[in-house]
Design a binder for this molecule. Sequence first.
Ligand SMILES: Cc1cc2nc3c(=O)[nH]c(=O)nc-3n(C[C@H](O)[C@H](O)[C@H](O)COP(=O)(O)OP(=O)(O)OC[C@H]3O[C@@H](n4cnc5c(N)ncnc54)[C@H](O)[C@@H]3O)c2cc1C
Length: 391
Amino acid sequence: MSNRFDAIIIGAGIMGCSAAFQLAKRGLNVALLEKGNVGDGSTGKSSAIIRQHYSNELTARMALHSLRVFQNFEDAVGGECGFTATGFVALVDAADQSGLAQNVQMQQSLGIKTELMPPSALADLVPGLDTADLVAVAYEPESGYADPYLTVTAFAQAAKREGARLFQDTEVTAVQFQNGRVAGVTANNQQFHAPIVLNSAGPWGARVAQMAGVSVPINACRVQVSFFRRPPAYKAAHPVVADFIHATYFRSETGGLSLVGLIDPEEASAIVDPDKFRQAIDDDFVMDAGERFIRRYPPMESCQVTGGYAALYAITPDWHPIVDELIPDSGFYICAGFSGHGFKLGPAVGVMAADMLTKASHPEFSPRLFRLNRYAEEEPVRGLYEYSIVG
Ligand SMILES: Cc1cc2nc3c(=O)[nH]c(=O)nc-3n(C[C@H](O)[C@H](O)[C@H](O)COP(=O)(O)OP(=O)(O)OC[C@H]3O[C@@H](n4cnc5c(N)ncnc54)[C@H](O)[C@@H]3O)c2cc1C
């Protein structure tokens, strides 16, 4: 069987699978190489919150495009993604009140269904939630969460249906160049040839870039999520809550559970080797996340801890991805570093990557904002105001 392709994609997380689907749909002969199984990286462990609350236009547009895909997944991709529309609320204090209002206005101008809500109305929406300290709330009725494993495997299946070939247990260990252009990769002591290679290796993105001698500022960072079973009177699903005051997010999970994670920038200091990190949850984390959860949602005082896990974010200095041709006119590209909020953008990222790799003259989403040189040029991605990243 020929090992010659039009494009090789390294990494079968949501970015690699979505890009493979889009490229195969455009008629390219694509090889998708994954060192383990589809979804083994950040994607399979994602909290998979789908919201459109972003503070720059590009990511808000990408989130809206992706939401429409999650809502119409069977037609747009095929298979299931487990999208559950519970709504989403963002809670901020006085310092971020005007920023939140500007953000909501910008999002509305793009067609996103979002509104400012008085804290008293939030108390009706989520009975039991403590709203006493709240100054401003943004509400997105269409948002929610998906099942990350179902989603990524559906994208992989869709790419295969369009003709892409998926190689699992296939670790890329070297990248070859000829006359300044990428020529292929080595994986499992085999050669795979293509004039285009996309590095979508998530937390391993810096390692794969280094195979071509390029340094990129992407770090693997250990983060945790824990699960709590809500008391029987609160069994009904609640909206996704991004609580910027207690630096916590929580969403419903099947079985009357709530998934709780932190949006504390402190988490980014846990830089780890992506091949060697503790995947079990820390007791301290469960205590901390549980206390913050109860502070915002006091009836959860009688919830039960049901476990949790640790996983990896791929973090960049400005918490936005690097999507670029890493060496100019070489055909060697990167699409990684989604810093804890990439899942919901996955469908749009596939389009962005396919436009970039095929040098589309009118890309739907220009990747310029995410170019590697923005750091050297001191033009990191900035929003209207600063929040932590929230799923
Ligand atoms: C706990 C947690 C909660 C999150 N919550 C949310 C959320 O609520 N909403 C949201 O939008 N985002 C969330 N995120 C972030 C989101 O999950 C990620 O941004 C997204 O999944 C990144 O996808 P990826 O394809 O870039 O990387 P990955 O899913 O990590 O995929 C990279 C793949 O590359 C493979 N690979 C690496 N090196 C090689 C190699 N040399 N050869 C072959 N294959 C290789 C890996 O095995 C892996 O499968 C969360 C992440 C975590 C960890």
